[in-house]
Ligand binder design. Structure first.
Ligand SMILES: *Cc1c(COP(=O)(O)O)cnc(C)c1O
Length: 384
């Protein structure tokens, strides 16, 4: 293995991602396609480094939010189907067409631009229509004029409408059902007008698991690919793919009454053993986990004490006297052996699991495990 060059790193278990993908495929069945969501650098797992595992284990599309995310993947993978779920500004749509990327649209303006670009490059631009059923973020407003405009989009040359989709607000069972009904009404109207959609979809991770009746023929799972559970169905067991680790790099004793870190917000109430760890909020660790977070050393919880710095933080080792410099500290584990899993981290930090994983920055190297052994190191800052 190349040198890590740092004691703080994220370990990504590709076997777990493969397991999760196969499990999702098994649950939804062969009639439902999977657009695996790898935006935000694969929720911090490294989109380019996990893409093959996803596509080899049941993925049909790689779904991203932005054009640059799509282009990053296209550079590495010539043949994978890539789908931008977000908006691409008019002046960049040519990149979409040249690189055979499926673009989300919700206006005749962009449909026409893409059609013209298709003619210019002598190919078909591929799009999916975003239909807003209440989230009020992106998409055609739910009304008759929208239906007519979508109908007209089908007549444009060198433009292929591959699908139509919407997104749940997950506001509640009743609200979700209303959104689904609105979506299906629109789809059925268009189908009655003779329009065909290869893909119809509205489910993300949570809805994809908890609402089998709304899966249609595609789902867009993100969180569950990485083994993050927010859905309710407890019979579905997935495996968290990410572990976040570091090592103790300094230990000292504080006398009762001594403070530490900025503003001395923590003060020793007893003679204390304090360890310093080389990770901080610049690595994506939530700064508000002060006095709440902990790392796990030798299977024991070491509370984070004092203000969390940009690059370092301190832990109380008084009750782990055997700890020594170089010992491994688990920042996020899978919840076993007294480790904090991503679910607990998100709860303590007052946010959701997706934010916890995608905020881990590129300063932190990713180490990939495949077939239970070291597979690859991605040290982003040293990559060209
Ligand atoms: C991010 C995103 C998803 C995936 O969401 P998860 O909750 O992680 O499954 C699905 N669809 C759209 C449109 C998204 O933006």
């Amino acid at each position: 293995m190349e040198p890590l060059l740092r004691d703080t790193y994220v370990e990504i278990n590709l076997d777990n991602i493969a397991y999760n993908m196969r499990k999702i495929k098994e649950i939804v069945g062969s009639d439902v396609s999977i657009a695996a969501v790898v935006k935000a650098d694969g929720y911090g797992h490294g989109a380019a480094d996990i893409a093959e595992t996803i596509m080899e284990n049941g993925g049909d599309f790689l779904a991203v939010a932005t054009l640059t995310e799509a282009l990053q993947l296209r550079k590495r993978f010539k043949d994978y189907k890539i789908f931008i779920m977000g908006y691409t500004p008019d002046e960049y749509l040519e990149y979409v067409v040249i690189n055979n990327i499926v673009q989300t649209i919700f206006s005749m303006r962009q449909a026409k631009i893409l059609s013209e670009l298709g003619m210019k490059h002598n190919k078909n631009a591929h799009v999916q229509i975003k239909y807003d059923t209440g989230f009020n973020r992106l998409g055609y407003k739910d009304c008759q004029e929208s239906i007519e405009e979508i109908d007209n989009i089908f007549d444009l040359k060198n433009l292929e409408v591959d699908g139509i989709f919407s997104h749940f607000a997950l506001a509640g069972k009743k609200e979700d059902e209303e959104q689904y009904e609105k979506f299906m009404n629109a789809v059925e109207k268009l189908e009655a007008m003779g329009r065909k959609f290869k893909f119809k979809h509205i489910c993300d991770s949570i809805s994809g698991i908890d609402y089998p009746q709304y899966r249609l023929n595609m789902i867009r799972p993100g969180a569950i690919v990485y083994g993050l559970k927010s859905y309710k169905d407890d019979s579905v067991k997935l495996k968290q793919a990410m572990t976040f680790k570091t090592r103790i790099y300094h230990i000292k004793t504080l006398e009762k009454g001594e403070g530490l870190s900025y503003d001395y917000l923590w003060k020793a109430e007893r003679k204390s053993l304090v360890g310093t760890l080389p990770f901080g909020y610049a690595d994506g660790y939530p700064r508000n986990l002060r006095d709440k977070g902990y790392v796990t050393i030798n299977g024991k919880k070491a509370p984070i004490i004092g203000v969390i710095c940009m690059d370092q933080c301190m832990v109380d080792l008084t009750d782990i006297p055997e700890a020594k410099v170089g010992d491994e500290a688990v920042i996020y584990g899978d919840g076993t052996y007294n480790t904090m899993d991503i679910n607990e981290a998100s709860r303590l930090a007052g946010t959701n699991k997706n934010e916890i994983v995608c905020r881990i920055t590129r300063r932190t190297p990713r180490v990939y495990i495949k077939d239970n052994k070291f597979y690859k190191l991605s040290n982003y800052l040293l990559q060209e």
